[in-house]
Design a protein around this ligand. Structure first.
Ligand code: CP3
Length: 340
């Protein structure tokens, strides 16, 4: 019995809508904050397989989500490619040296960073019920490259966008290195027990149409075709946040099995644009989950109604915010679970 999440990602319309939430393991949970304080920071948790497995399971125990998303980060790939990685409190990630002024070839790869994450997958899968799906993930090459080039998060990703125009050969080499490393990382997750995987392309919205084809669609298609050839039974969810009107082309051209949809898209438009048999995941605005009330209920029902006739995984349009009240998550789950 593979469970309704995996069934849905394989194209079935199930009796009840499967549900999980991006960033479901994290700071809105008191049990996460307690473990983080004890272990001394985010990265220490990621590389402590037992702690990371525990954190992956926390939201499943509390809410019974249909999928458990591996507790790790998209920036483990730059760490394994040889950048120093730090998460400073209140500042977000820092990678050094940044590739805007240091050559990729100056880095010393550190592929051993993958092993504890793979161990997390194995430990988690062993503790998950058979009806729950273990989800692995990577960041898509473009999104990961924006951090590797700038050394930190940036508003409009201008350092990476400028480098891609100024020196497409050097930028392409960074993308190729991310693709190769991501394939190792993701295959290892699947071999350790991940049953479906998501490609997070959080910053795909900052590119022009031509650059989107070159730096989002093409490298994603390479990852999808390689993983599909190695692991044809594992559904691949692509989440090109901010893709807007480029979503249908992304769905067609990358070869992903399912698409994640952000909250800026009208679910009825998405439903009309995508092939009727293609599973869709999304797309409630995470901010509604902070405010709650009648607006939350109405919007959740609208998402459920728009995607009622196709395989649909209920999720948010982006990660759950750290200030989200637990009671609002519980209310949302009641609504999703009582719908057909
Ligand atoms: O529950 C889950 O979804 C599983 C784990 C997960 C994390 N990050 C844990 C995390 C996943 C899937 C990610 C993906 C990720 N990481 C993305 C893509 C998705 C998205 O949100 O757009 C990106 C861009 C990153 C990079 C990253 N990691 C940033 C920019 C930050 C700092 C911002 C912040 O929210 O603090 C992180 C840290 C991070 N990754 C935290 C968690 C739980 C917060 C760490 C903490 O302070 O406890």
């Amino acid at each position: 019995m593979p469970g309704i999440l995996l069934d849905t990602l394989r194209g079935q319309v199930t009796d009840r809508r499967p549900v999980w939430l991006m960033r479901q393991a994290g700071r809105y949970l008191p049990e996460y904050r307690a473990l983080r304080a004890e272990k001394g920071g985010f990265l220490a948790l990621v590389y402590d397989s037992e702690a990371a497995a525990e954190i992956t399971l926390q939201p499943i125990r509390r809410f019974g989500f249909d999928g458990a998303i591996l507790f790790s980060d998209i920036l483990i790939v730059p760490h394994a490619l040889g950048q120093d990685l730090q998460f400073l409190a209140g500042e977000g990630p820092h990678l050094s040296p940044r590739l805007v002024d240091t050559a990729l070839s100056a880095l010393t790869p550190a592929p051993h960073h993958f092993q504890p994450v793979w161990d997390t997958v194995r430990l988690t899968r062993a503790q998950l019920g058979p009806d729950k799906t273990m989800l692995g993930f990577i960041g898509s090459p473009w999104t990961v490259a924006t951090y590797m080039v700038a050394g930190e998060g940036s508003k409009d990703h201008h350092l990476a966008r400028a480098m891609a125009y100024r020196d497409p050969a050097a930028f392409g080499a960074i993308i190729d290195a991310i693709v190769d490393s991501s394939l190792v990382y993701l295959s290892g997750q699947i071999e350790a027990g991940a049953e479906a995987v998501q490609l997070f392309d959080s910053w795909s919205g900052s590119l022009s149409p031509q650059q989107f084809e070159r730096w989002v669609v093409a490298p994603t298609a390479r990852i999808v075709s390689t993983i599909r050839a190695r692991h044809p039974e594992v559904p691949i969810i692509g989440f090109p946040k901010g893709a807007g009107a480029k979503l249908p082309a992304y769905a067609r051209e990358t070869g992903v099995d399912a698409v994640g949809v952000d909250e800026t898209q009208d679910p009825r438009w998405v439903h009309a644009q995508l092939p009727p048999e293609m599973p869709v995941q999304g797309n409630l605005d995470p901010l509604l989950l902070i405010s709650g009330g009648a607006e939350l209920e109405e919007a959740a029902r609208a998402v459920l109604a728009a995607f009622a006739d196709r395989p649909h995984v209920f999720n948010l349009g982006h990660g759950i915010d750290k200030s989200t009240p637990i009671a609002h998550v519980e209310r949302l789950l009641e609504i999703v679970r009582s719908s057909a």
